[in-house]
Design a protein around this ligand. Sequence first.
Ligand SMILES: Cc1cc2nc3c(=O)[nH]c(=O)nc-3n(C[C@H](O)[C@H](O)[C@H](O)COP(=O)(O)OP(=O)(O)OC[C@H]3O[C@@H](n4cnc5c(N)ncnc54)[C@H](O)[C@@H]3O)c2cc1C
Length: 479
Amino acid sequence: MSGQMSRQEFVRRAVGGLAGAALLGACRTGTPRAVSSPGPPDWAGLRGRLDGPLFLPSDPQYAAAKDTFNSRFDGSVPAAVLAAVSVADVQKAAEFASSNHIGVSVRSGGHSYIGASSLPATLVIDLRRLPGGVDAGGDMMTVSPATDLDSVQTALAPRSRLIPSGSCPTVAVAGLTLGGGLGSDARLHGLTCDALVSAELVLPSGEILSASADDHPDVFWALRGGGGGNLGVVTSMTFRTFPSTDRDVVTVAFPMDAAAAVIAGWQQWQQAADRDIWGMVNITVGDGPGRCTVILATPPGHGPAVAGDMLAAAGLSASSTRTRTLDRMDFVHYFEGGDSARVPRAFVAGSDIIGEMTSTAAESIVTAMASWPGGAGSATAVVESLSGAVGDVDPAASAFPWRRQAASVQWYTEALSDAATDWLTAAHRALGSASVGGYINYPESGDPLARYLGPNLQRFNAIRHTYDPAGVMLSGIAG
Ligand SMILES: Cc1cc2nc3c(=O)[nH]c(=O)nc-3n(C[C@H](O)[C@H](O)[C@H](O)COP(=O)(O)OP(=O)(O)OC[C@H]3O[C@@H](n4cnc5c(N)ncnc54)[C@H](O)[C@@H]3O)c2cc1C
């Protein structure tokens, strides 16, 4: 559908053998230290015990089975890929990996920025064939972990229900929730992980464990924002759902030289705005003149007035404003960005969390964008407020720590070259002390877990070590 635009698509359109297995040691990043092996893994024996197919590098289906959304990581060579069709398959694979000292990568939607669902030399447990789908009734929904966000919202929409979630149609509910889950309903209903009521997971021992506020609350704490690929393999998730309504979407464009004032003014206004008003700022540089836009989502019929309120409060003048009123699924499709958003691609991306959006912090985001080299293609920054219901949860009450901070900034480019990674480094440097960390669902290779979990790192690590003492589960993030 023309006119639809997901956050990522928004960004995208704007920017135009290891033969053996990963042996566990001290590291959880997927580049494990070699330790003494119990002998070559008996893959044939495992294959004979499974209901789902197991693909080894010699199998013709292996390449398709292992590749993930960010094709930068297509060169990764996992030891094997299991397309699990039952929880029993997951249990057998987890036990096999543990007893053979092989690291596990879990794959749900495969959208990890750093290829963490198909790490080199690991046993990949792919959950896309697990049965379950979406089972919704009343104000609850139980869902299979690899269910994509479009399927979740499509199943809920006829009941006029939703869960707060991200925008990409093919991101899976598990990876999104385990890292937090930021989207256009966050100011009203919180993060996706805030709607999680309970989960079932298979531990590296093969044991099945339930987690909720009353049942293994430590695990439940860690599953809400600590990031995927830790503790165990989540095989089922139950969420509270919320009523859905039509929404106005307003696109407000600004001259590029107003970008810093737009970020600071929008943020200040957004923080005090009603919770059913959400917005993000998008700044794009590179091919053509720079662009600065605010996208607002408001109650139906209120879009123009809300946009006017923002402009007046922030003392801004728009170069153009466009409003559409959309029913629930048109709203979802608008932010998804159409069929092209489903196509895997190579990209470099990362994030910063802004503690306080001072005018200096806003200017530093613009400075970071100005450091994008001319002629290298395009790059985008997306700024999202962490205000509203996100802050209703105490920062220590779940693993997601950024509940008293101002905003998340996502840096994104599909212009692949050294320029992209150099730009990310320059962007972090430009932000300096305005940045207090990063969002774990937008991770960067080589960053320590401390950058993403901040003050919650120690508790998270203690829980992780309790349930996965040998470090079988690999997240691609060290720490
Ligand atoms: C195009 C695009 C759009 C995005 N839009 C948004 C957005 O709007 N809002 C937002 O907050 N984020 C967004 N993200 C980031 C997204 O939330 C993360 O990339 C998320 O981790 C992807 O989850 P996945 O299941 O699709 O990916 P996967 O690569 O399968 O998993 C991601 C991580 O979680 C682990 N994991 C997956 N399933 C399980 C499980 N069942 N049990 C244990 N560990 C598991 C994996 O091992 C991996 O470490 C977007 C990403 C992309 C690529």
